[in-house]
Design a protein around this ligand. Sequence first.
Ligand code: NAP
Length: 310
Amino acid sequence: MADRVVLVTGAAGGKGGQTGRHVSEMLLARGVPVRAFVHRLDERSDHVRALGAELFEGDFLDIRSVQRAVQGISSIYFAYPVQDGLLDATAAMAVAAREAGISRLVNLVMLQSSPDAPTPRMRQNYLSEQVFDWAGIGAVHVRATVFYENLRSLVRLSLPAEGAIRLPWGKDSTVVPLVSGEDVARVAVGLLTSPSVPAGASYRLIGAVLALRDIIATFGRVLGRDVRYEEISDDEWRRDVIARGFNEHAVEHLSQLWRTFRTFGLRPQATRFEVTDTIEALGGAKPKTFEAFVREEQSLLQGHADQTRS
Ligand SMILES: NC(=O)c1ccc[n+]([C@@H]2O[C@H](COP(=O)([O-])OP(=O)(O)OC[C@H]3O[C@@H](n4cnc5c(N)ncnc54)[C@H](OP(=O)(O)O)[C@@H]3O)[C@@H](O)[C@H]2O)c1
């Protein structure tokens, strides 16, 4: 597959894990041609173009735009941001990919993807997997846990300013499974470039399982300062992140997710989270540790870097 063009959605990166940007960079570094599906032309799209990608300015929600984007390509990386419209975008991509005879689509979803998953977005993820499977386009599903980048954006104001982490995460013994967006991209690239992958397969990705107290200790150690946790209510957290511009869809998803993590240890039947071997097996390297991620982001988390970043 290595000589065929890959359509990478979210290729300029956004407010989440920027997995599309990482996937584009990694494919181009391997000499795989990339058509970068970008929402708008700006300095982020300039970056992927400078690396050698062909730019396609398009809209997930416009079927005509998606149909044009898939012409002449062989495989697709599909990552729809955490906002309204996932099922419309899925249907448009499934139709366009089927018409174009696509043989592989790597679909990024969340860790739990089932009819009974705890958040509305996760249940939509399940439906999107079904639609891609029916389309007969060689879809495979990457089911990733919460990104380190997500946690970074949650603390990036209060941590540099006050050494505080304000979240509705319950006790500091609450356990959270995490992964880096870069590792997710590495796995996606492994699946996009592998000679054969069973259609319909799904891969769980957990790169680290940390108690909140470990997360606090890591921030404190790397940033060289005292870091305190302030437990806030769900309502306080909602008000805070909506004021910061988080969309309602993401807030609803994350509120439910925090509730799940908070109460997880209380359920006697709960299966423990464990680091998965899929990252090393498909991505070719051990998962990035949370400590390594915080070191990379030290400048931002100390308040020295570009404060417009998410
Ligand atoms: N965040 C987490 O913790 C987490 C955990 C597990 C799985 N995931 C999954 O990760 C996926 C998101 O991937 P990501 O975090 O890599 O994305 P991301 O960094 O948020 O980037 C999203 C990209 O999509 C573009 N975009 C937005 N609306 C568009 C539209 N209508 N048409 C075309 N492009 C559009 C954005 O462009 P603009 O910025 O220009 O609008 C941006 O480049 C989701 O499916 C989510 O379920 C996330």
